[in-house]
Design a protein around this ligand. Structure first.
Ligand code: PEP
Ligand code: MN
Length: 350
């Protein structure tokens, strides 16, 4: 259930409503906007009695019963987009944000070259796995702490923020020391112990959609993180498994539009894992911009033919630079539509 307070409700009025809800045994989680406060009510059982009682309070404008099992991440809970600020870059705001870098951190030379190249081309965030979830136990598992240290060096040299994967709850504090954004890989989307631990973390989380997860399951996983205290979650469509074999995964591009209706969280596209083929990455990236994603996470390697993981889907630095140039007319349109959206919202609330 979501309670929307009247405009400019006072602290005392908000506290009265909160107390009333708590008397019914539910927990509250409020979001305080500049003009209006919205209170989310969480708990088990039938909310009808509580709803009727709160509806009768004069300081309450509207009470809505939520049918979706995810609350905090739903658009009903919060109409405005969530903006996540990382190292001076805002994700979910009025800039299309590109994260780029190799699949794995392999060596100092490799990550430095990648970081300098992607920064030059306009990326704001450097990706690179130090802990790698590999299908085979015999494949390269990542440089682990040494990889994190190399990412930190690359950040110091370029000013790029860092996004890197955390595979287990035990490593959350370690990875959070080095990374600006903690990535949850597709294979871990429903690792609930990990999600709960990330709820306690102060860093934003990039949550990738599971290989065979529905949009609802993705949102429920995001709900785990927010319900445990961390509202800064970025969702990522990275392709799902279907009967199709021409591409590594099937990019569910419509999921981005659907998520934009269902949630206020930022949504980005990973065109690299979605296709598995570097030749398809630029076209998919354009589609991501056009459909209203908040950004991209792209695999880029200084020498893809030598990459230890995911070379076939990695762009080299020149290809990435070219793609970024070619995206410019599309991102300009994207920015115009974001500005129009913001102006409409301001006009409605005025
Ligand atoms: C990755 O980003 O390199 C990765 C392993 O992605 P996913 O979890 O989406 O497969
Ligand atoms: Mn990869």
């Amino acid at each position: 259930m979501i309670i929307s307070m009247r405009l400019h409700a006072t602290r005392e009025e908000i506290d009265q409503v909160t107390r009333q809800v708590e008397e019914f045994g539910y927990k509250v989680h409020s979001i305080e906007g500049e003009e209006r406060v919205v209170i989310g009510v969480v708990g088990v059982g039938d909310v009808t009695a509580c709803m009727e009682s709160v509806e009768a309070m004069p300081q309450v404008e509207k009470v809505v019963r939520i049918s979706a099992p995810y609350k905090f991440v739903s658009r009903e809970f919060r109409a405005e987009r969530t903006e996540i600020r990382v190292n001076g870059t805002v994700i979910g705001g009025d800039q299309f944000v590109v994260m780029a870098g190799p699949c794995s951190v392999e060596s100092e030379k490799q990550i430095m070259q990648a970081a300098e190249g992607v920064a030059r081309a306009g990326a704001k965030i450097l990706r690179g796995g130090a802990f790698k979830p590999r299908t085979s136990p015999y494949d390269f598992q990542g440089l682990e702490t040494e990889g994190l240290k190399l990412l930190q060096k690359a950040k110091a040299a370029t000013g790029l923020a860092i996004v890197t994967e955390v595979m287990t709850d035990r490593d959350v504090s370690l990875v959070a020391e080095y990374a600006d954004i903690l990535q949850v890989g597709a294979r871990n989307m429903q690792n609930f112990v990990l999600l709960k631990e990330l709820g306690k973390c102060s860093r934003p989380v990039l949550l990738k959609r599971g290989l065979s997860s529905t949009i609802k399951e993705l949102l429920m996983s995001a709900e785990y993180i927010t319900a445990h205290g961390n509202p800064n979650v970025i969702l990522c469509e990275r392709g799902i498994r279907t009967f199709e074999t021409a591409t590594r995964n099937t990019c569910d591009i419509a999921a981005i539009a659907a998520l934009n209706e269902l949630t206020h969280l930022p949504v980005i596209l990973d065109p690299s894992h979605a296709t598995g083929k570097r030749s398809l990455v630029p076209a998919l990236s354009r589609a991501g911009v056009a459909i209203g994603a908040d950004g991209l996470i792209v695999e880029v390697h200084p020498a893809p033919e030598k990459a230890i993981s995911d070379g076939a889907q990695s762009l080299d630095l020149i290809q990435f630079q070219k793609m970024m140039e070619e995206l410019k007319p599309y991102t300009r349109l994207w920015q115009e539509s974001r500005t129009t959206e913001q102006q409409k919202r301001v006009a409605v609330s005025a």
